[in-house]
Design a protein around this ligand. Sequence first.
Ligand code: C2E
Ligand code: CA
Ligand code: CA
Ligand code: CA
Length: 280
Amino acid sequence: AKAQGRSGISIYTQNMQQETQDKLNLYNDLHQAIEQQAFTLVFQPQINEQTEITGAEVLCRWTNRGVPVSPEVFIRAAEETRLILPLGQWILSESCRVLKRWRQQNVLPESFRRLAVNISPAQFMDENFERYVTDQVSGNDLCSAQLELEITESIFLGNKDTIRSKMQRLSSMGFTFALDDFGTGYSSLSYLQHLPLHKLKIDRSFVMDIEDNTRPARIVDSIIQMGQNLGMDIIAEGVEHQAQRDYLQNHGCCEFQGYLFSRPLAEDEFLEFVRHNSAL
Ligand code: C2E
Ligand code: CA
Ligand code: CA
Ligand code: CA
């Protein structure tokens, strides 16, 4: 931090200024992109024990000035500025529109149950969330069971009573909740008792080292058993190798998502995947 730049400002300060400027530019671009609806959605198939397609996770994509921006970056930036509210609404409504189209075109296999949509904590906490999500579902002639809301443990940092009652209302309307990145958060397990969670999504970090049959594998065993004891469905994310799938399936995990089956796909690629898969 001792190095001095031309103006006498330390390199450190210059870097901070640059970072701040980059951030402001990103916020600016993001704001415009939201107004112009410059995002796209991709769909990653979810697969059952019979290798049928049970659903898909919706993931958002953004190319800014010709450069793809990682969702880790732009979703975080959107969360920092509350731009996640309009962006999240667009993601929800576009997901519902796509699903309506697929149903009208009758292109989905029997086994297809739902689209899983990621919901940021700020989006879930927004007072308009319930109205928005129910409006989108009914406006597209869908039923709420066709939408799975993926939340993460970080949501539980908010007010527990508010969260619980909101989840209970949505759940009684037929929406289901999947707890994403399970095992990586800092919350206690007590919320599993009190909240209407339908599914646990085992985080990729545990799935990654599963073949070694060491600690990650034991953790996965425990998650599966606990989920089963609580009557929850289990899905594993980040399944890349057949050995991982075999291990998971042999230990009672019935649903998978990952590169072993498919990357997240644009709509036409997804429908191609569906056609190819049902022909197997
Ligand atoms: P996530 O919800 O945990 O999504 C799973 C991420 O893992 C996705 O990254 C997906 O492309 C990637 N992935 C899927 N299968 C594999 C695999 O087999 N191996 C590996 N290495 N990776 C795999 P992506 O699309 O870059 O998204 C990153 C994160 O950004 C997401 O993590 C989620 O937290 C956030 N995100 C993405 N789209 C949305 C969205 O529409 N709304 C919200 N709120 N967050 C989103
Ligand atoms: Ca997710
Ligand atoms: Ca995840
Ligand atoms: Ca994860």
